[in-house]
Structure formats: structure tokens, C-alpha cells
Design a protein around this ligand. Structure first.
Ligand code: GLA
Length: 384
């Protein structure tokens, strides 16, 4: 993303003056999918693609927002009843409201923003947008600064309260806390986190984007969360101390098998196993044991496809191609229902894998997947 590009649009759209510029990244996640809202572990990192915005208080009581990419302009007030219709503007409105709820005296402002996180690729373009605005509003308007965790929670609450997605904390956390060449293991129950240097020798991470985006993804996501809560409720009858699936093991799940649906059973089994896989991958990484990391990634894909059922034909196909090419690890990344696979590939296999994936995908589905090399980068910051 280019500062001059965003600035030139801001100047053109508003009164010719300039403001402050902020950026927040999208994310990848090496392993730990659908574990965040179950109090488990995740292992994301921020990427070198994100959202950039310019902002300047305008002395009025309204927000004037311009989406450079969509060439769309929206104005809204800062009161609860002023929610805009345009979905992109609801993210900004939601962040304003959530900051106000936390005591920040948000005033009217002009803003223009643009992004280079591919939409619908499972790289959290919406979290990047929320985090960029939360970070900017905190810097511009807060007398008592909100801490970084609370900024991540502002983005999450925006999804819950204004966009209808009952997401966990992973995406916004990664966007705010990202660090160059590091993955971050977050315990989503205690919120303890630890940076792991990630500079694999002889391997690369690459995303292959199926360019599939399912319209019903957010309702399917909320249903998955509901299934997890159903199982927790059943287990709580025997174990009242249990709060999340994080607190459960497979024996506890087996004990309630007859009290829950087959579907809920499969969902919970995946989550319990996935939480353990994150810990296993972190251990393996510390020993530079990439074979184990890769094997766990394939196990995650299997679980997401067959138990959690958030994969799709195109993603299963890309996973099979990776396996056939001898790729070390491959799996669907993010919420699922479309988007990318994340692949851990030996350097010498990279070219063959990418060429084969493109050719075979095109032959099967009649269009080419997109490919993004992963560069792990810093989290939210002010640039100018
Ligand atoms: C989406 C959500 C996250 C997380 C992932 C799945 O990206 O926003 O909170 O649940 O799906 O791991």
C-alpha cells in the first residue's frame, strides 16, 4: 500500500488539507482454526497486506468516509440510530460506537481508506479495517488511551454488534499485535500470548486462493459456534467447572455422545483435537521439525473438511494437489467456506507446486487460483 496514493485521494476528496495516516494488516494463521471462541489457542501472524487510512477531525458532528477502492462515499452521525446501510461503512460506524462505549470522545472526522488484503480470501480484510480505525480513533480522540487488547476487542465487538458475525478475537488480535517475522501464540482464554520467531530455513509459506466466497458464510460460522456451545452445555451437567471446549477432553465428549446430535459431536471433536494441535505445532517449531508442523496442518484440513465441515470442493481439491506434489503441509485457512489454503512448501518444490496447482485447478474449475507469498509483518501503526 502506498501512502502517496491514499493521501492524493484524501486531498482530492476533502478540503485539500492532510491528516494522519494509519495502517493495519490482514493475517495468516499457521494452525488453530475455530479455536478462539472456544477459549483455545491460535497461532496467527500479521501480513504485509492491509488497510491504510487517512483521517482528520472535521469540527462537525458527523463522519465523512470515502472508500477509495469502491469509489463510494458515506456520511453518518455518531449516535446509535445513525447506522449507515453500506456494509463497508458499518465497520467504521461500529468501531466509532464501540470506542464511544469505552469512554472515548469520538468527534466528527473526514477519512479515506484503501486496502490490498484480498477480499474473501480468509485473510481478515474486515479485521484490518476495524483495527486501523480503532487504532486511529484511539490516537486521535482518546484522553485516556485504550490498551491494545481492548482495541482488538473493539473490532470483535463491531463484528458481533454491527455486522452479525459472532467471531473470536484472533483476527483483530493479530492485526493489532503483529510483529515482523514472528507468529504469535495466543491463549484465547487467559489472553496470554507469546511471539515465536518464524524464519523457516528451506521452506516458504504460500497461500493459494480458490477465489470462492460463500454468501452464507457468516450464518454458517455462527451455527458452528452454536454447536460448540451446545456441547459445552451438555458437558457442564457432569462438569460444572467447564466453561469452554478448551476445558474438555475427548473422554468428556464421549460421555455425552448420546445426549448431543451427531453433528455437534463432530464439531466438538474437531475443536478439542485442534486445540492440542496448536501446542504440538509450537513444540515442533521450536525443534525446527517442519515435517511434524506439516503433518498437523494436513490433520487440520481433514478435520475442517470432514468434522467441522467448513471446507468446499475447491479447497479440498487444492489440498489434494498439495499432497500429491509432496508439499510438507497444507490446509484451508481462516473461517473456511471458501478462501485460501495455506501451504508450507520446501523451496525446491515451490515452482512445481504452484504450476501444478494452477494447471490442475484450471482444468477442473475453468479458472485460475490466485497465489500470495506470505510475508510476516508488523501490526497496527501510525505512518504519518
Ligand atoms: C474467522 C473469525 C476468527 C476465527 C476464524 C477461524 O476468521 O473471525 O475469530 O474464528 O474465523 O479460526
Amino acid at each position: 500500500m502506498d501512502i502517496d496514493f491514499v493521501r492524493s485521494r484524501f486531498i482530492k476528496h476533502f478540503d485539500g488539507t492532510t491528516g494522519a495516516i494509519y495502517t493495519s494488516p490482514g493475517r495468516i494463521n499457521l494452525i488453530g482454526e475455530h479455536t478462539d471462541y472456544n477459549g483455545g489457542f491460535v497461532f496467527p501472524g500479521a501480513v504485509d497486506k492491509g488497510m491504510m487510512l487517512e483521517i482528520k477531525p472535521n469540527g462537525k458532528d458527523k463522519v465523512c468516509a470515502y472508500s477509495i477502492d469502491l469509489k463510494d462515499y458515506v456520511e453518518f452521525g455518531l449516535n446509535e440510530e445513525d447506522a449507515p446501510r453500506a456494509s463497508w461503512a458499518r465497520y467504521i460506524f461500529g468501531v466509532c460506537r464501540e470506542m464511544i462505549k469505552r469512554g472515548v470522545e469520538v468527534k466528527g472526522f473526514n477519512t479515506a481508506f484503501a486496502g490490498d488484503v484480498p477480499l474473501g480470501a480468509g485473510m481478515s480484510s474486515s479485521a484490518a479495517l476495524e483495527s486501523a480505525f480503532a487504532f486511529a480513533l484511539n490516537d486521535q480522540f482518546a484522553d485516556n488511551k485504550i490498551d491494545k487488547f481492548e482495541l482488538a476487542k473493539v473490532g470483535q465487538a463491531t463484528e458481533h454488534n454491527y455486522c452479525g458475525v459472532k467471531c473470536g478475537i484472533m483476527d483483530q488480535f493479530a492485526s493489532v499485535f503483529g510483529k515482523e517475522e514472528s507468529l504469535i501464540r495466543l491463549d484465547c482464554r487467559s489472553l496470554e500470548y507469546r511471539y515465536f520467531p518464524f524464519k523457516p530455513q528451506g521452506y516458504r509459506l504460500v497461500l493459494v486462493d480458490s477465489v470462492v466466497k460463500h454468501e452464507l458464510a457468516s450464518s454458517a460460522y455462527n451455527q458452528r459456534r452454536q454447536s460448540c456451545e451446545n456441547v459445552v452445555a451438555a458437558i457442564q451437567k457432569n462438569h460444572p467447572e467447564v466453561e469452554f471446549l478448551r476445558d474438555c477432553n475427548l473422554e468428556m465428549l464421549e460421555a455425552v455422545k448420546n445426549d448431543i446430535t451427531e453433528e455437534d459431536y463432530k464439531r466438538a471433536k474437531y475443536v478439542i483435537e485442534e486445540i492440542q494441535r496448536v501446542l504440538d505445532v509450537c513444540d515442533a517449531l521450536e525443534k525446527n521439525d517442519y515435517e511434524t508442523v506439516g503433518q498437523k496442518m494436513y490433520e487440520t484440513h481433514y478435520g475442517m473438511s470432514k468434522l467441522y465441515e467448513v471446507s468446499c470442493e475447491e479447497l479440498d481439491f487444492l489440498n489434494d494437489v498439495a499432497f500429491d506434489c509432496g508439499v510438507t503441509g497444507s490446509r484451508v485457512m481462516g473461517g473456511g467456506f471458501g478462501g485460501c489454503t495455506i501451504n508450507l512448501v520446501k523451496n525446491e518444490l515451490y515452482e512445481t507446486f504452484i504450476t501444478t496447482a494452477k494447471e490442475r485447478f484450471k482444468a477442473q474449475f475453468g479458472r485460475s487460483p490466485k497465489v500470495y507469498d506470505v510475508v510476516i509483518a508488523d501490526g497496527s501503526k501510525r505512518l504519518v
